[in-house]
Ligand binder design. Structure first.
Ligand code: NAP
Length: 236
């Protein structure tokens, strides 16, 4: 064994939510490149089908499953279909998310609830369904955000709350499952990446936060995907 062997995911099965665009696409490709069979979940079936074909063209194994993570039944079905197709489940990447920016004075209860339903509750429904299927050695990776830790000038009470809540969820599931079931639970806190989510933010937003970015630039999707592969792998 060399150190690089610990990063290989051959024989492992992964689910990636929010795999129809942005960071989830990069994560799906990275896990497949590292050797995992990947179940891609999101609501837009047409986009998922394209990602699936691209992974297969690159020599990977993937299936596409249409699912809304805010619906617990969809989460159970997504896990069941992944296990039925590939035989077991080792990795869950809770990446699906929405990032609306609405001034707090105007934000409606439904707008706030929708973000929390997807970004926080959706991760919990997926983690519960996945942990029921996983055996020792499983890994759950929650994609949170720096906005769960700090502010960045946009009116994002719902988004920031949901992502801060995801850190609490991650800590609690880790204490419940890591020692007892051998399932590791970690969170990542990405900074800024150009995706469909960030394309909706106001003109000049990126320039306004650039001085606070230590590397002086936005992230590249493969940089987040590499961190996911590490946390998913036996390199841990
Ligand atoms: N981009 C950044 O700068 C940044 C920074 C920190 C954290 N993040 C986090 O990274 C994750 C990915 O975001 P992104 O930037 O790649 O944005 P994106 O391109 O908009 O992707 C979001 C993904 O989530 C899926 N999704 C949304 N609602 C869903 C639902 N109810 N059920 C299932 N899937 C759902 C979308 O697919 P469908 O619409 O097809 O369902 C899409 O695949 C999010 O959790 C986001 O908060 C992003």
């Amino acid at each position: 064994m060399t150190i690089l062997d610990y990063f290989k995911l051959d024989g492992k099965v992964a689910i990636v939510t929010g795999a129809s665009s942005g960071l989830g696409v990069a994560v799906g490709h990275a896990l497949a490149d590292a050797g995992a069979a990947v179940a891609l979940g999101a609501r837009r079936s047409d986009r998922l089908a394209v990602v699936r074909s691209d992974i297969e063209r690159s020599g990977g194994r993937a299936i596409a499953i249409t699912a809304d993570v805010s619906d617990p039944d969809d989460c159970s079905r997504l896990v069941a279909e992944a296990v039925e197709t590939f035989g077991h489940l080792d990795i869950l990447v809770n990446n699906a998310g929405i990032g609306t920016a609405v001034p707090a004075i105007r934000e409606t209860p439904d707008q706030f609830r929708q973000v929390v339903d997807v970004n926080l509750c959706g991760c919990y429904w997926m983690a519960q369904a996945a942990a029921r299927a996983m055996t020792s050695g499983g890994s759950i990776i929650n994609v949170s955000s720096v906005l769960g830790l700090t502010t960045a000038g946009l009116p994002q009470a719902a988004y920031s709350s949901s992502k801060a809540g995801l850190f609490g969820l991650t800590r609690d599931l880790a204490q419940q499952w890591t020692g007892r079931k051998g399932i590791r639970v970690n969170a990542l806190a990405p900074g800024f990446f150009a995706t469909e989510m960030t394309a909706q933010y106001r003109e000049g937003y990126l320039a306004s936060i650039e001085p606070r970015m230590l590397v002086g630039r936005q992230g590249e999707p493969h940089e987040l995907a590499a961190a996911v592969v590490f946390l998913a792998s036996d390199a841990k």
